[in-house]
Design a binder for this molecule. Structure first.
Ligand code: SAM
Length: 411
């Protein structure tokens, strides 16, 4: 039988073996014959073992087979299951096979095109329905649900980048590096596209402006803003911005209201000092970053939390109890995650909720990918954001529109 004819007669559920794996299998079969019988349906179609069958045929040697009485769906399910269990699949190929097997069993997997509500964990989104069944399927295949989700998320991120996915699967590049390359490529594409309009109003009191906050937010009336929730740059070049943020916040915040600013740790003393030039120090909060850390080689420190400076315009006028520490739980609300400094939405939701009421106005002069905006959108606060980088503003608009559309579809 020719290779094409045998392929027509098989349930070819996986990509063909690469040249090296095929050569290794051929050498093994040449030396020892076909050790594991191929599996066929009663009408002769191959469920499992088409590479063995092709190689045996090419070598002109005997190929033992076992017959099982299965319908097409059962045969596909068995083929997928055996391939996942037997082949040394890389994480992306594994995720693709897992997704198909889940579908065959009537289970849905994935985050794409799906809006998560603020603060919900990623687990819900990756296993959107019948999570217990999907966790059981992962266990049946010998991996933890967490590993299955991680692989599925990776596969989604690398969708549209088959070369990178193949490199990850071959172990030539690690998953983190591949994700970073995709992020950069996406962000560069956004930067190269037409810049956004200087002011974009997205409805429900959400507005984004492109430019230096010291200029594009200079028209905000004094004492009109309920809170500033932001994440300024932490690098050396960004240090003077903390003085400008302090002056801006002192002018636009209503008396006694808060400016919440994520800070770096290397220059924290100077950042706090500059924020205090026009504002009053209230407290320092913390966001823990489980599973993530920054490495400070010179000091040999692995950082696992982010300081959050809390300053007020004039004397602080507390309206609620405020919890000062929280854990970041992943990307939170679904959307492109292409900004280098993108923060988790969950903690921003909690900061926004703690320091404002629905309908109040929150400003983020350094909106980056729009995380504060998403938190405001999810909690029905008005939002005014700015970023000097057109690519960041485009990303903010994209994420806010996607979240808005998903919210609309869900209601
Ligand atoms: C740390 S990032 C913010 C990340 C954001 N929190 C997120 O989750 O995506 C800081 C942002 O400040 C912006 N930026 C720097 N200088 C600025 C300025 N003078 N005016 C407005 N934005 C500025 C940068 O372009 C960058 O996107």
């Amino acid at each position: 039988m020719t290779r094409r004819a045998s392929a027509r007669l098989s349930f070819q559920v996986m990509a063909a073996l690469d040249d090296d794996a095929r050569a290794a299998l051929r050498a093994d079969i040449e030396a020892h014959g076909v050790q594991v019988p191929i599996l066929r349906t009663t009408d002769g179609r191959i469920i499992d073992g088409h590479h063995r069958a092709q190689i045996a045929e090419a070598l002109g040697i005997d190929c033992p087979s076992t017959t099982v009485d299965l319908d097409d769906t059962q045969a596909i399910e068995m083929a997928l299951r055996l391939n996942i269990l037997r082949r040394h699949l890389g994480p992306v190929a594994w995720a693709s096979a897992f997704r198909r097997l889940a579908e065959v069993r009537g289970l849905r997997v994935g985050t794409q095109g799906r809006q998560r509500s603020a603060g919900k964990t990623d687990n819900v989104a990756v296993f959107p329905e019948r999570p217990a069944d999907l966790s059981a399927l992962a266990g049946e295949l010998g991996v933890t649900p967490r590993t299955a989700r991680r692989r599925l998320r990776l596969a989604e991120k690398l969708a549209g980048h088959p070369d990178l996915a193949a490199k990850v699967d071959r172990g030539e590049i690690d998953a983190r590096r591949a994700e970073e390359l995709v992020r950069r490529e996406n962000f560069d594409r956004r930067r190269a596209a037409a810049p956004p309009a200087p002011v974009v109003a997205l409805g429900s009191g959400i507005e984004v402006r492109c430019g230096d906050f010291r200029e594009v937010l200079s028209d905000i009336p004094g004492a009109s803003v309920d809170a500033i929730v932001c994440d300024p740059p932490y690098d050396d070049a960004g240090i003077p911005l903390y003085s400008d943020l302090s002056a801006f916040a002192a002018r636009v915040l209503k008396p006694g209201r808060l400016c919440i600013a994520y800070c770096g740790k290397v220059d924290l003393p100077e950042q706090l000092e500059r924020l205090g030039e026009h504002l009053q120090y209230v407290w320092t909060g913390a966001v823990f970053l489980p599973g993530r850390h920054s490495e400070h080689h010179g000091r040999m420190i692995r950082g696992r939390w982010r300081p959050v400076a809390i300053f007020s315009a004039g004397k602080y006028a507390p309206r609620h109890w405020l919890i000062d520490a929280m854990t970041s739980e992943g990307a939170g609300i679904k959307g492109p995650t292409d900004h280098r400094w993108q923060q988790s939405v969950g903690p921003f939701v909690r900061w926004v909720e703690q320091v404002t009421e629905p309908g109040e106005l929150v400003v983020d002069p350094f909106c980056g990918s729009g995380t504060t905006g998403l938190a405001c959108q999810a909690t029905r606060r008005r939002f005014l954001g700015a970023d000097i980088d057109p690519g960041s503003v485009s990303l903010t608009i994209e994420r806010l529109r996607a979240a808005d559309a998903a919210q609309g579809a869900a209601s």
